[in-house]
Design a protein around this ligand. Structure first.
Ligand code: DSN
Length: 411
């Protein structure tokens, strides 16, 4: 970054420090990951200069030959990975992908049924301060109190009662397999569209570590930067019969010029996602989450639903006498980065929730295995159990440093 260093040392320094922070901390934020330097090179390329409103071969501007070729690569690779009939790689992020699908099939006031935010759902699945909650009449389903698994009976009963026009599967904090055939069956029964938001689990699906909703869902939306390990961005997959309406909502409906540098980076990430290395990493991500959840169970922590099938799990800290936010802040002091999270039926509310969310995509991308993540669980347990013991916290910091040094960000 010699040019940047010379021209804008303040920004250059902040970027250096951020890279160092990432190198020297254990990142357990379930929605984060480390994209390759090849992805970052594509993202930081001359394609950021190009306006390309429209789609490959049908642009409003001249000079689009090369950006056309990368968008075509990204589209074809996305279709191949997920077995989809149509892909739109232009959404700037997951929220725009969800907005585009909603705008393509719903009118204001229509009913939608999505997972409750406080049970693990996403803002764009009907939160009242999000476009989805403002424009549509929202109904929610959640998990069973006793098991932590989605209550499909309740979901079906609600669907039969309210007859939503759209049913959304997908979550930001749900540790279990999503039963896409079951969602589809309920959607068919009530004549609803079925959308699967796979933002969190797209990489797992690409790596055969979670079932694929594409054969069942009318629309599949995603981000490209979580388990998918690409640049920050969004993606829509759908049946061919919806292609035109989805494309015309993305552009010109809700977006202008696509971010061609990001689309180039998506193409690179999709190529990487077809490798054996990527698949192994996704499967290891799940094994690591399971090993870590098991370790917490051994240490008498409460894990929502008793474990995990995917890349994340939720620790209910109520029995440990520490709030989620305090745990998050305390762990940051020992270089472990994660986020507080509501647990289902949380009495403390969303601002001061009772749990933490732990995800293994980043540590797995760094090459960590079960024995490493068990050490991380030990570090977390030690820090949470001894919040005022500086000696123990110093030991934890040393262990974290050792793990980070042994597993550099880029290998
Ligand atoms: N904010 C993301 C997450 O952390 O899960 C979801 O978009």
């Amino acid at each position: 970054m010699a040019m940047l260093k010379n021209e804008d040392p303040e920004v250059w320094r902040a970027i250096q420090e951020e890279t160092k922070r990432q190198e020297n901390t254990i990142d357990l934020i379930a929605s984060e990951n480390i994209c390759s330097l090849a992805v970052q090179e594509a993202q930081g390329s001359s394609m950021t200069n190009k306006y390309a409103e429209g789609y490959s071969g049908r642009r409003w501007y001249a000079g689009c030959g090369y950006v056309d070729s990368v968008e075509t690569l990204a589209v074809e690779r996305a279709k191949q990975i997920f077995g989809a009939e149509h892909a739109n790689v232009q959404p700037h992020a997951g929220s725009q992908a969800n907005m585009a699908v909603c705008f393509s099939i719903l009118k204001p006031g229509d009913r939608i049924l999505g997972m409750d935010l406080s049970h693990g759902g996403h803002l764009t699945h009907g939160f009242k301060k999000n476009f989805s909650g403002m424009l549509y009449e929202v109904f929610h389903y959640g998990v069973k109190k006793e098991t932590g698994y989605i209550d499909y009976d309740e979901l079906r009963a609600t669907a039969l009662k309210v007859k939503p026009k759209l049913i959304i599967a997908g979550a930001s904090a749900y540790p279990r397999i999503l039963d896409f055939p079951k969602f589809k069956k309920i959607a068919d029964e009530v004549g609803a569209y079925f959308m699967a938001d796979i933002a969190h689990i797209a990489g797992l699906i690409a790596g055969d570590a979670h079932p694929n909703p594409v054969p069942y869902a009318d629309f599949v939306t995603s981000t490209t930067h979580k388990t998918m390990r690409g640049p920050r961005g969004g993606l829509i997959l759908c049946k061919e019969k919806y292609a035109k309406q989805v494309d015309s909502v993305v552009f010109p409906g809700i977006q202008g010029g696509p971010f061609m540098h990001a689309i180039a980076a998506k193409a690179v990430a999709f190529k990487e996602a077809m490798t054996d290395e990527f698949k192994k990493c996704q499967q290891q991500t799940v094994k690591n989450a399971q090993a870590m959840a098991q370790e917490f169970l051994k240490r008498k922590y409460t894990i929502v639903s008793g474990g995990t099938d995917n890349h994340l799990f939720l620790v209910d800290l109520r029995s440990k006498g520490i709030a989620g936010k305090d745990a998050q802040m305390l762990l940051e002091t020992v270089d472990i980065i994660l986020n507080r999270n509501t647990i289902p039926f949380d009495e403390r509310g969303t601002n001061e929730p009772s749990g933490i969310r732990i995800g293994t995509p980043t540590v797995t991308s760094r090459g960590m295995k079960e024995n490493d993540v068990v050490k991380i669980a030990d570090c977390i347990d030690k820090a949470l159990s001894n919040p005022n013991d500086n000696k123990i916290k110093e030991d934890v910091r040393k262990t974290v440093k050792g793990l980070c040094t042994a597993h550099p960000l880029y290998r």
